[in-house]
Design a binder for this molecule. Sequence first.
Ligand code: GLU
Length: 469
Amino acid sequence: MTIVTRFAPSPTGYLHVGGARTALFSWLYARKHGGKFILRIEDTDLERSTQESINAILEGMTWLGLEYDAGPFYQTQRFGRYRQVIEQLLQQRDAYYCYCTKEELEQLRSEQMSRKEKPRYNGRCRDAGEPREGLEPVIRFRNPAGGQVVFDDLVKGRIVVSNEQLDDLIIARSDGSPTYNLTVVVDDLDMGVNHVIRGDDHINNTTRQINILKALGAEPPKYAHVPMILGADGARLSKRHGAVGIMQYRNDGFLPEALLNYLVRLGWSHGDQEIFSLDEMIALFELQDINVSASTFNPEKLLWLNHQYIMNSDPEHVAHHLSWHMGNRDIDPECGPALPEIVELQRERCKTLVEMAEQSVYFYKDFAEYDEKAARKNFKPGAGEVLQMIQEQFTELSEWQAEALHRIIIDSAEKLQLKLGKVAQPLRVAITGAAVSPAIDITLALLGREKTLQRIARAIDYIKNQSQD
Ligand code: GLU
């Protein structure tokens, strides 16, 4: 049997952490078994679905690299098919028109609530529905009256729900449009989905969906309901916790594989291993290793993982992502050192690509002004002479290489009988505008002769002007 899984988001918001994790688990399971992964956009709620949200989902999937083998399918393009199935259920008497008015249903509901009963439809039109003038009926599924729904959830184990607990759910609204439980059943059936991996907030729907599938003479798929993700305060992860759309993580300087690694560990484990390449994830992922209880979102750990990936990935690969951030800062990577070299220089100190981009701008573009504190501390009058001495030697240097640059800095400090810092720091502020940078010799080597000499000259002028004021 070919394993077929799907990710079926409703485009009513961004692709968020929880959705992305569901997508990843479904994708991993399909990849592990050489199966098929489908993307289905559940856009039947016309009021709440937006094109913007569809775009965000597609963009998020692409950025994460969760490529799908079929789709995206749009439920709004399948209304004809849903209508067919609804007709079939009506003909089989597994569905019926319900003419109850809104007021009647509301009254029923409040009576049940006052008796402390769970609100549910009382089946009034189940056998005796009478058309009413001017009222467009809804269509309800005739849920089996007795017995139980039993299924073996691949994460939660056996789940048993008595049919008495389930009322006759609406499968088509009075305007004829199909409802969620009907469309999901029809799609999973038509698309051959045999493993449904989704959030455990859908468990109550699953029992209803199984009954509809049985009425259609179909074998229900296997289900794996994944526990939810909580914020640090124990409440369900939401915007309140800063939970944002997946693309925000790109904007904040995360690598997609770091996020995937974080997501796979959010509710799934393999011993105490923390870092998984994609191939390892695919090889090791098992639905039964998904935790039964909810997991807690930990932004610190995500940041740690991101740093691990920045430090240990191929610099070319990190550079590819870094270039997007440089572009955002109006920087053309052609106007300075090759980005993989920047990555190698900066990666120990930068946990995100945003930090790396911000701290690397000076390689490509002149800074507007010196960091005030750094200039005050390091551009004292004597610093002008130091920089002049360095300038002369740098100008004469035949090969612009870190080692030779390093030698000049050390020799100058010795000649001037200064501590190394008294030479290196003014130089650092002169070329980077601030008091912190990676090793000065490598920074100079990468910056290149021309930019270095220009910036030293600029600093000498600045110091002169300061002392004249
Ligand atoms: N469209 C549903 C949602 O976004 C998921 C449906 C499903 O996975 O069955 O919550």
